[in-house]
Design a protein. Structure first.
Length: 368
């Protein structure tokens, strides 16, 4: 165990946070005045976690807590309730349409939910074992969730009822020419309409289950959202691993990160089975995914990452996770989740804490 040496957060870290533009001035002011994150710091011994390592782990714990919250909502309505994941009682119309995508969807939702819980629980316990403060976001559990049949009705950290889903990861992983790490920003999107509104991914009330086309659009939104969340984790862990100093902490990131990629691969495959539909209430349209056959930018069965440019366009193409650039990776993750609509209704204090956790993680530097 390492001994505490000083309170985390130097003036240079705070200045970099101000320069990064991660939050509105009011958020930054509240954060700095309250010093809301009191993270223990540690002696930079060669055989243990550094200050930066602890900051990275605390940020990842926070994101895993948020992931657990959203997946628990999906599991309550569409997954399996058992001693591992007991919350909720299931929503049969929602489950039935998920099963049309794949008969094992409920099992996959359950297992993804449990995995995310084990991630944050392990990281928090590891932090405690090193004398560091674990992450607890329970004071931000204030959001009202679904009241449809099957929901536990408890307060939430995340909002699955007003999503703006960026499904361009679909084209990103099929592109042989473009890589966001090399400045490319435009990728084929099979459902551009998901970026043009705020859509539910779970039944909000029982009324959402009465019209089959409307409910099918909700299920399809969820199917794309599953992949959107897990591809983010697939990128975040290798991005932050490049900043880690401790071999043991590196092992944690290299052991948890690939499970996020395994989740992503499952959801990437399953979403190719969605059914064509137009929501009669909001006009959101999902295509017949089979219609993309022959179009390699969108073809449904091209679920393994197409080789693309990596590090330099002068090098041969390579099949890779992308993006994995480390600069600003934590802030980018927060920005993506915020743009997704997951935090609609959250408090200023919530954003203050999340942005500062991200700033500290992005400020971490490998020990020389």
């Amino acid at each position: 165990m390492l001994r505490p040496t000083k309170q985390f957060g130097t003036s240079s870290t705070r200045r970099s946070f101000l320069r990064s533009g991660l939050a509105a001035p009011a958020v930054i002011g509240a954060s700095m005045a309250a010093n809301s994150i009191s993270t223990a710091a540690f002696a930079e011994d060669d055989d243990g976690p550094t200050v930066g390592d602890i900051s990275i782990l605390r940020f990842l714990a926070a994101l895993e807590i948020l992931e657990t919250d959203l997946w628990e909502q999906y599991n309550e309505l569409g997954g399996i309730r058992d001693p591992e994941e007991p919350s909720g009682s299931g929503n049969k119309p929602y489950i039935d349409l998920l099963a049309q995508i794949d008969g094992d969807m409920s099992q996959y939702i359950h297992d993804n939910t449990e995995d995310e819980f084990t991630h944050f629980n392990f990281i928090n316990e590891y932090l405690k074992s090193k004398g560091a403060k674990p992450v607890n976001l329970e004071r931000f559990r204030t959001l009202h969730g679904s009241i449809a049949q099957g929901s536990s009705g408890k307060k939430r950290l995340t909002n699955l009822m007003n999503l703006t889903v960026d499904a361009s990861w679909w084209g990103r992983y099929r592109s042989r020419e473009a890589n966001p790490d090399l400045g490319d920003t435009t990728f084929a999107n099979p459902v551009p309409g998901l970026l043009k509104g705020k859509f539910p991914a779970i039944p909000r009330t029982n009324d959402d289950t009465t019209d089959p086309k409307h409910l099918l659009a909700i299920v399809n939104t969820a199917a794309f959202h599953f992949g959107t969340i897990e591809q983010g984790g697939s990128s975040l862990y290798p991005s932050l691993a490049q900043r880690v100093s401790s071999v043991e902490v590196l092992r944690i990131l290299l052991s948890i990160g690939p499970t996020e990629t395994m989740h992503f691969q499952v959801w990437h495959d399953k979403v190719g089975n969605i059914t064509k539909v137009t929501d009669p209430f909001n006009g959101l349209t999902f295509p017949d995914m089979a219609s993309f056959q022959g179009n390699e930018d969108l073809q449904a069965n091209l679920i393994m990452p197409e080789p693309t440019h990596f590090l330099s366009r002068s090098l041969p193409v390579c099949s890779i996770i992308r993006p994995t650039a480390t600069r600003g990776a934590a802030a980018a993750a927060v920005r993506a989740l915020t743009d997704d609509g997951l935090f609609i209704g959250q408090s200023l204090d919530f954003f203050t804490e999340l942005h500062e956790l991200a700033a500290h993680a992005d400020a971490a530097q490998r020990r020389q």
